[in-house]
Design a protein. Structure first.
Length: 131
């Protein structure tokens, strides 16, 4: 899940992610990621990365659709698995970093495939916040 799905999404949010961190964590995140990718976080956050992220969501959507109608919102079709939790975590992180439900970035991501990714995330809403 992380290499094929999360990485393209991470790169669309690379620089923005640091705004959600305390200064020390943001500096560590920046230094380590820039060393790995050989460029600034801002250079990673571009249209090419959005295209890759959207392509990966399209691929994941294709896998989910193979479960059949009414069972296309979970990897195994009818029960939550660890892979679903990974996808939900990535989408929750993306929604948060983009700026929430009303942000343009989240609308772009969650609206793909007829709003599938927003619907996917609703299944996990009871576990998304500590009360």
């Amino acid at each position: 899940v992380w290499t094929s799905f999360a990485l393209p999404i991470l790169l669309t949010l690379a620089a923005t992610t640091t705004s959600c961190m305390n200064p020390r964590s943001a500096e560590y995140f920046r230094v380590t990621r820039e060393a790995v990718f050989g460029t600034t976080l801002e250079n990673l956050q571009n249209d090419e990365q959005w295209t890759k992220a959207e392509a990966m969501l399209t691929k994941l959507n294709g896998y989910l659709q193979k479960n059949g109608s009414g069972k296309d919102l979970l990897v195994m079709g009818d029960k939550i698995t660890y892979a679903d939790l990974q996808v939900a975590a990535i989408l929750t992180w993306a929604r948060t970093v983009h700026g929430g439900e009303g942000s343009e970035g989240w609308k772009r991501l969650s609206g793909l495939h007829g709003g599938k990714w927003a619907k996917f995330l609703v299944q996990f809403s009871e576990w998304q916040a500590v009360v």
